[in-house]
Write a protein that binds this ligand. Sequence first.
Ligand SMILES: [Zn+2]
Length: 353
Amino acid sequence: MAGLFRHLGSMALAALVGSSLVFGDATAADDTPAKQIFGKVQLPSNAAASPIGFYAKGCMAGAVAIPTDGPTWQAMRLSRNRRWGNPAMIALLERFSKDAAGLGWGSGILIGDISQPRGGPMLSGHSSHQIGLDADIWFTPMPAQRLSSQAREDFPFTSMLDKSKFLTVNPQRWTPTHAKVVMQAASYPQVERVFVNPAIKKKLCDTWTGERSLLGKVRPIYGHDEHFHIRMHCPPGAAGCKAQAPVASGDGCDKSLSWWFTKEPWAKPVKKPGDKPVKPRFATLSDLPKACAAVLAAPAASEQSATFGTAYVAPQVQPAQSSDAAIQQVINAGTSDLPDGTIPIPLSRPSLQ
Ligand SMILES: [Zn+2]
């Protein structure tokens, strides 16, 4: 028994040390935005993989990282430290990269954000990606050459839209292979939804001659014109993972799509005189599932032990930085999810549905 107590005592101590690392000076008040806490964590918890909560309100235990390089992928924007996910997601991306290369998608895929080491809300860019089951894939195929760490920061996004027109795919950029790659992602049974810009969804509706029922998984949403977003189902047995309502049956080439081509989604909210400006309220730790505090406090796994999969040896790529400068870079990084140019930006964005 004494041994057991000693063991529990050291575990509690480890948890305290862990949390003081996480909270810095231990000054984190209850109203500290959770994104500021999760956004600073560098490594995953050393635990069984577990998605906790919902895609847009949760965290993740036991994440694994996709290697920065694989035979058919390269991870981008390494300084963001967002290549962490549920092992099922990392395995899916490795498989998808191979399938995409087989479809003629360059040398494979460029992988954008997956999740932070312990998931949770992010300092920039996304409202979801919190439980390790969302991943962004660039609409740019992987080039034959390996990109340097710096090139992965600087490599420009390419929109698939003709920004001189309203919600229109650029026919110079969009190819039948783009369509095949998106539909390949939707084809896996473990994939729940694939998010693309409404113009891209419309293009698929107008041109896709393959299995139409799979089109229903491809959902229109703001942004997502330079990348598409793969969302997986909660893995079997993941009791703490909250499922999303299933997509309606059919191809989704219906009024749920045509709504995007009306003024409503792009209208600015009407302000009445005398309305006070609404202060944005960010989720705090207490807004997330209770288990997320324990995830933050848990001891860390090493990056090496938590890097998943392939035995492929990456050529000379710098690891992600772990300084405050890296965090600043994350804060200042572009909001790749937002449309730009002439595409109107709504003030309040509906969540990914
Ligand atoms: Zn995304």
